[in-house]
Structure formats: structure tokens, C-alpha cells
Design a protein around this ligand. Sequence first.
Ligand code: ASP
Length: 310
Amino acid sequence: MKKILMIGTGGTIASVPGPDGLVPALDGQTMCKMVSGLANLCAIECKEILNLDSSNLSPRHWQQMAVTIAENYEAYDGFVITHGTDTMAYSAAALSIIIQNSAKPIVLTGAQLPIGTAASDAPNNILLAFKAAASDVPGVMLAFDKLVIAGSCAKKMCSQNFAGFFSINRQPLGIYDEGEIVWSEDALKKSPAGKFVIHTNLEEKVAVIKLMPGLTSDVLDYYVAQGYKGLIIESFGAGGVPNAENNWLFALEKTIQAGVKVVCATQCVYDGVHLDTYPIGSLAKKLGAESAGNDTIEYSYAKLMWDLAN
Ligand code: ASP
């Protein structure tokens, strides 16, 4: 039987009602007892490292999760991280960058309703996560509702619907069907390229600027003055910056010359950035802005933090 470590970090899944709304409270053992079918699946040990609403998580908590995995890597066959759903896609993206060459599954999951609530999605999601963690598919994944998604491609799309996470610009690694995960060929082919290692260094002076029609480029001056080292410009469509009456190009050039790395991302969920299509993109690229390509904003954010520190 495989031995899986369940790492608790909080979130709705572990929450109970408090005076001002839901607060994380339950430990892993208590939650596992509420999931039928787990006992025969694998041997489980639990460890609580945090007990937070995931909106209160920071990059240092991603580092803490990665260190916990590294410290326990040899002793277990796989890992389940229970997590709030609000920033779970950010943690999944960050862990998929920080943790390299894991030959073992590392699976994040959460729920839209607390496990103690009637008709909660938590038992299903925990069972799915353990099935993924007891598989031979390596690396960081996010399991939710009927999908197992690569950690680098997950996005929270719904604040209430049980099918809350989508796999962006890549097919899901697995689909849950009649109690079994049907893995994609891609997932079954996955294998680590080297030895397990974590690189936890992150540059935290990174920000995402969401463009709105009419937003002026003086916002860039603010970030340069505050010592930011990386900026992601989440603009429209194929990506780029305004270049007409409201012209961002001068401020962009100044920002890049000040040593700030600029990445162009898009507010579109699917199909990625294509800077060569229009002058708004190609002129930004000529000045040194990079493209986020097909990456989600969550992945781009964690990746820029990591790139600037490594
Ligand atoms: N606010 C909660 C959290 O992210 C939402 C959830 O877990 O679904 O911790």
C-alpha cells in the first residue's frame, strides 16, 4: 500500500462557521475520517503546517509547503496538500516551479463547501486527490471535482460551482470517471528529468498591472520608484501596451532601462499572448518586453518571482 502524507494549510475545506464567516479549523485526520473509501486506498499520515484562508497566503507559505515536501520526500510515496481554493492555483503554479524533478505525485485540493456541510464537495475532492497521489504520475497537480490539472496550468474559474478549476491551454492530466482517474497520454509519459530538488528563492518585488482602457502609464513610474524588479502587464487580447493618444511606449522603455523585467500577459483566459500580431505588441517587444506565451497569470507571476531570484 502506498504511503501518502496529507499536508493541511487551511481553506474552506477545513472550515467551520465562526462569528464572521467560515474559518479553517479541522485537522487532516478529522477530515480523512469523513471520506469513505480512503482507508483501503493508501496509508495516510497527516501534518498541519498552516491554518489560513488562502487569501492570507504569501510566497513564504509556498516556500514552507515546498520545504515540508522536501523534508518528507523520502519517507512517502506521494503528497496531498489541502488548501483554500482562492489562491490554490497560485500555490500550484509556484510549487511546480520551486519543486523540480519530483518523481512522486504532489496533489493540491480544496473545496467550495466545508467538509462538515451537507452535500459538500470536499469528500469527493479529497478522494480524487488521494487517488492521484497514489498513482505513478509524477509532479505537482491540482485535483478538483472531476479534473486532475497540471499545477502549472490551473485556474480558479468559479467562486461557487463545484467544477471550479479549469486547465488552461493544455488538456487536463486526468479526468475522473466512474471512480477512476483516466489519465491522458501526456500524464502517463511524464517523467522527471533529473534528481528531486527544491529552489525556494523568490524575488517578491513583482507586481501585476491590469490595463483598463484609458489607464495611463504613470503607474509604471510608481513601481520603478518603489523598487519593483519585475512587472507583468496584463493587457488585452494578444498582448502589448497602448501606443496611440495614451502612449505607454516611452514609460515602458524607461522602466526596462531602469532594470525592471517586463512581461506582457493577457486578460484573455485562453490562447495566450502573441506580441507579433499588432504594433501594440511588436513595439513593446522591440523595447525588451517579454511574452507570457501560453502561461496563466498565476504561473507568470510565480515564474517571474523565481526567474529574478535564480
Ligand atoms: N476563502 C477560501 C480560501 O481560499 C475559499 C475556499 O477555500 O474555497 O481559503
